[in-house]
Design a protein around this ligand. Structure first.
Ligand SMILES: *Cc1c(COP(=O)(O)O)cnc(C)c1O
Length: 365
C-alpha cells in the first residue's frame, strides 16, 4: 500500500476515519433505511444549516460539483432569461463555459484574479441591461482563495430583483452564512469540501417557490434539477437514477461530525486558525502569499513560488509528499504559485508539522 498522506487540497480532502468507515456497508436505493433515514435526513439538515428562514428546499445531484452547477444553470435560466456572470478566477470562468456550451444567454464581468469584483461596474451593468434575470458568482474563488463580496452582491441582486445563484462549493459548511437573509435563490456545494465527505455528489439549496417554476426547462435529462427535486419530494428521498449510496452514507456521518464539532462557526474557527498559522509560518520561511491578507478566505491559500531559478513545483511537491503532505499546484494565470488547503480533517498540529516539512523541503530544493 502506498504511504499515507494528508491531503492539503480543496477537495477531495482528508476525511476522518469514521467517515471512511461509514462506507463499509452496501445500501439498497429503494429501502426506507436509505431513502427516508439517510437521504431525507441529509436534505433537511442541509436546509437547516443554510438558513433559519422558511421557504428553502434541497436537492442532491450525482456527479462532481460542476454537475450541480450545470444542473442549476441549465434548469433555472430559461430561454427568455439572461445570466450575468461575475468572474475572477477559474471557477467563474467555468460558469461562463457552462453557459456557452448550454447556449444560455449571458453577459460576463471579468476581473483579474487577484482583485475583488468591481461593485460599481456591477451596479451600472444591472441598470443598463434590463434583460438580466439571474446573477451567478463564486463565493470562495478556490483558484486564489479569495472570498468574494457575498453580502454586497446579494444586496444588489435583491435591490434590482435578480435571482442570485451562488457557487459556494468551497465555502458552504466552512464559513457561516444565512442564505435566507442573503436572499439567495440557489446555492450550490458538494460533498467533498467543507462538510468533509468523500466525492460523488453535489447539492443545491434552493428557494422553493423559484424551483417550482422551472418544470420542463432543463437542457439535460440527467441534470434536470427540477425533476430530481420532484422525485425526491414525492418519493421521500428517492433519486431518479442510481445514487452514490456509500458516498451519501459517508456524507451523513460527516454531517454528524460537523455538528459534534460545534457546527459551522466552530469549523470556521478551526479553518481560520489553520490558515493564520500557515500564513505566519510560511512567511517566516520566506514564502509570500499571493493575496492581500484582507482578501483571504480561511479555505485555501496561494503562495508565490520560491524565486530561486532551479525551483520546480514537481520537486517541491515530491519532497513534501515524502514527508506525508500533499499540496496543490497553482491555478492563477498571471503569477507562478502553489496552493495549500486548510480544510478537511486537518488541525493546527498538522499545520505545525507541515511547516517543519516545508522548512526541510525548502532546504533541499
Ligand atoms: C471544487 C469547486 C467546484 C467543483 O469542482 P468539481 O471538480 O466539479 O467538484 C466548483 N466551484 C468551486 C469554487 C470549487 O471550489
Amino acid at each position: 500500500m502506498p504511504q499515507q498522506y494528508l491531503l492539503l487540497t480543496p477537495g477531495p480532502l482528508t476525511t476522518s476515519e469514521s467517515v471512511k468507515q461509514a462506507m463499509l456497508k452496501d445500501w439498497c436505493t429503494w429501502d426506507q433505511d436509505y431513502n427516508l433515514r439517510v437521504v431525507e435526513d441529509i436534505r433537511s439538515r442541509l436546509v437547516a444549516m443554510a438558513t433559519t428562514m422558511p421557504g428553502y428546499t434541497s436537492v442532491l445531484m450525482q456527479g462532481s460539483g460542476t454537475a450541480s452547477v450545470e444542473s442549476v444553470l441549465g434548469t433555472v435560466v430559461n430561454k427568455n432569461d439572461k445570466l450575468l456572470i461575475i468572474n475572477n478566477g477559474a471557477y467563474g470562468a467555468r460558469i461562463k463555459q457552462i453557459a456557452e456550451v448550454l447556449g444560455i444567454a449571458y453577459t460576463a464581468l471579468d476581473f483579474i484574479e487577484t482583485q475583488l469584483p468591481d461593485l460599481n461596474l456591477l451596479e451600472k451593468t444591472l441598470q443598463q441591461d434590463r434583460s438580466i434575470s439571474h446573477i451567478a458568482m463564486v463565493h470562495c474563488e478556490t483558484t486564489t482563495g479569495m472570498l468574494n463580496p457575498l453580502e454586497a452582491v446579494s444586496r444588489l441582486a435583491q435591490q434590482y430583483g435578480k435571482t442570485f445563484i451562488l457557487d459556494a462549493m468551497s465555502s458552504f459548511g466552512g464559513i457561516p452564512m444565512d442564505i435566507g437573509e442573503l436572499n439567495i435563490g440557489y446555492l450550490v456545494s458538494s460533498a467533498n469540501k467543507c462538510i468533509q465527505g468523500v466525492p460523488g455528489f453535489g447539492f443545491v439549496i434552493a428557494k422553493q417557490e423559484l424551483l417550482e417554476r422551472t418544470k420542463g426547462q432543463a437542457r439535460s435529462l440527467s441534470l434536470d434539477l427540477y425533476d430530481q427535486w420532484q422525485c425526491m419530494q414525492v418519493n421521500q428521498g428517492k433519486w431518479r437514477f442510481t445514487s452514490p449510496t456509500h458516498v451519501v452514507r459517508a456524507f451523513a456521518q460527516a454531517l454528524n461530525e460537523l455538528e459534534a464539532e460545534g457546527g459551522v462557526s466552530a469549523r470556521s474557527k478551526r479553518y481560520q486558525e489553520n490558515q493564520s498559522l500557515l500564513v505566519q509560518g510560511m512567511q517566516e520561511l520566506g514564502f509570500e502569499p499571493l493575496l492581500d491578507v484582507s482578501l483571504h478566505s480561511p479555505i485555501i491559500t496561494s503562495f508565490y513560488s520560491p524565486s530561486q531559478p532551479d525551483y520546480k513545483f514537481e520537486r517541491f511537491y515530491q519532497l513534501l509528499k515524502q514527508q506525508g503532505f500533499v499540496i496543490y499546484p497553482g491555478k492563477v494565470s498571471e503569477a507562478d504559485c502553489f496552493r495549500i488547503g486548510n480544510i478537511g480533517e486537518v488541525y493546527p498540529a498538522d499545520i505545525a508539522a507541515l511547516l517543519r516539512a516545508v522548512a526541510k523541503a525548502r532546504y533541499w530544493i
